[in-house]
Write a protein that binds this ligand. Structure first.
Ligand code: SF4
Length: 175
């Protein structure tokens, strides 16, 4: 691995667009990692993965697709199902996905990893950072800065990407 190689936990295609552009501008060599066992149902996982693949092709990047295990994710947020978005369930959810990314980075020999989750204006970047810093190699990059969120909306439209209307899990639907 090169010093600037970075494994990027990618939550979906739209959030990845602006994140990839920022990483490339900053001299990183990103490899995308789709590991999102929080997403429900399975058809939605496929829709988001298809959009991410399109993004990966656009930027000529590799994308690694992790095994989906929603049951294990449900176990990790047990007792917090009824909470509103942004509460403890979401921190547990970030921890679940970022731990997967950290383990994958270690397995593949990456010295750095990060997540596209910070693009969203609906997600608190500081909270994501406080979860991420528990894991070795985590890079705190706030992708919503420098107009990142607006850029992701524009690029998604240009590429004709599927854009979801809920965060991901069944508890975030219809809210
Ligand atoms: S609302 Fe989003 S961040 Fe929160 S637990 Fe559900 S999928 Fe995870």
């Amino acid at each position: 691995m090169e010093e600037k190689d970075i494994l990027v936990h990618a939550c979906c295609g739209p959030c990845s667009t602006a994140s990839i552009e920022r990483l490339l501008e900053d001299g990183w060599n990103p490899v995308l990692y789709f590991s999102n066992s929080n997403i429900y149902p399975l058809e939605e996982v496929q829709r988001r993965y298809d959009a991410l693949e399109k993004v990966a092709r656009t930027y000529s990047l590799q994308v690694i697709h992790e095994h989906y295990n929603h049951e294990r994710w449900l176990e990790s947020v047990k007792g917090h199902e009824g909470e509103r978005e942004g509460e403890t369930r979401c921190s547990l959810c970030f921890a679940f996905n970022l731990k997967e990314a950290s383990l994958k980075a270690e397995e593949l020999g990456f010295r750095h990893f990060t997540t596209t989750l910070t693009v969203s204006r609906f997600k608190n970047s500081k909270r994501i950072f406080s979860v991420g810093e528990q894991f070795p190699g985590f890079e705190q990059i706030d992708f919503k800065k420098k107009g990142g969120f607006e850029k992701s909306v524009r690029l998604s439209k240009e590429l004709g990407l599927y854009r979801q209307h809920y965060c991901g899990c069944e508890f975030s639907m219809h809210k």
